[in-house]
Design a binder for this molecule. Structure first.
Ligand code: SIN
Length: 291
């Protein structure tokens, strides 16, 4: 590994003593993800628990809570600890606008999130994060979710590439998931389109991260189309093909996973057809992202 990459890994994994008194936080890899125990998410958090949980979230970016029995209202209350709820785009009529049902069955011919992405980055204020709670997992296993660390994705690029990316912005186009499939968005969808810096600073920690998103990023605005396509292809391949960036979460029934939608991308693996995987997701509103 290059010296700058070794230094980045050391920097991202060297932490001051962790301040946990009310929860237990067990890292899954040194670079991404932690299992959190000692909390019942059906109960309101104490101020101390909330503080410790936010610290764990900003340190590990993906938090996994096992054996939780929570109602939709308790799920929403827990999400509300981190900010206002981010409503579901194009929520089905009659459904709770804050809850996205995640469901794959023998009838499914596509599933949500089966590719590397972050959620809703065409929004001017992309979501802070999502909490996915699964009640049914595939009977023979599978259905894991992958996560990729976007701070490390940035830091593993050469200093010259990072300096170049720091100067660029890219358009995130909410119509793209439809247009790349040869479709048009539904007429009632007020399609969001936002230009974000290619490298943004995390709003809470100030740490830089790579902010391109294959399904939504149409082009880098300062470059010609062939240049932009080549650069985006390289960055998307870097995210998908660098195992050191990755975390694989194995679900059990009644697991809740909370991920930071800026610090990580995610990928739901659909390797369990025709079995059923079912749960619900609540997202938290984020803020505008600055370079
Ligand atoms: C998603 O939020 O993209 C779905 C994640 C999953 O089903 O694991």
């Amino acid at each position: 590994m290059e010296e700058y990459a070794l230094q980045a890994v050391e920097r991202l994994t060297t932490r001051p003593a962790e301040p946990y008194e009310t929860i237990t936080v067990t890292p899954i890899t040194p670079l991404l993800g932690a299992e959190v125990s000692g909390l019942d998410l059906a109960e309101e958090l104490t101020p101390r628990q909330e503080k410790e949980l936010k610290h764990a979230f900003h340190t590990h970016h993906v938090l996994v809570f096992r054996d939780q029995d929570i109602t939709p209202e308790e799920h929403k209350r827990f999400a509300g600890v981190f900010g206002a709820l981010h409503p579901v785009a194009l929520a089905p009529e009659g459904s709770d606008p804050d809850i996205l049902e995640i469901k794959a069955t023998a009838e499914s011919r596509a599933v949500a999130g089966n590719g590397w992405h972050s959620d809703g980055t065409a929004d001017a204020e992309p979501s802070l994060g999502s909490m996915l709670y699964l009640t049914t997992v595939p009977q023979d296993g599978g259905g894991d979710t992958l996560f990729a660390n976007m701070h490390l994705a940035y830091e593993l690029l050469s200093p010259a590439m990072r300096a170049f990316l720091d100067t660029l912005t890219a358009l995130h186009d909410g119509a793209r998931p439809w247009t790349t499939a040869g479709l048009t968005p539904p007429p009632e969808y007020d399609v969001p389109r936002t230009e974000h810096p290619v490298v943004v600073r995390h709003p809470e920690t100030g740490r830089r991260l790579l902010f391109v998103n294959a399904p939504y990023t149409s082009h880098i605005t300062q470059l010609s189309r062939p240049e932009s396509d080549a650069l985006l292809d390289m960055l998307h391949a870097h995210i998908a093909r660098t195992p050191m960036l990755h975390l694989r979460v194995r679900w059990q029934p009644r697991t809740l996973v909370f991920w930071d939608n800026r610090s990580v991308q995610h990928h739901a693996i659909w390797d369990y057809f025709p079995h059923t995987r079912h749960g619900r997701r609540v997202a938290v509103q984020g803020t505008r992202l600055e370079g």
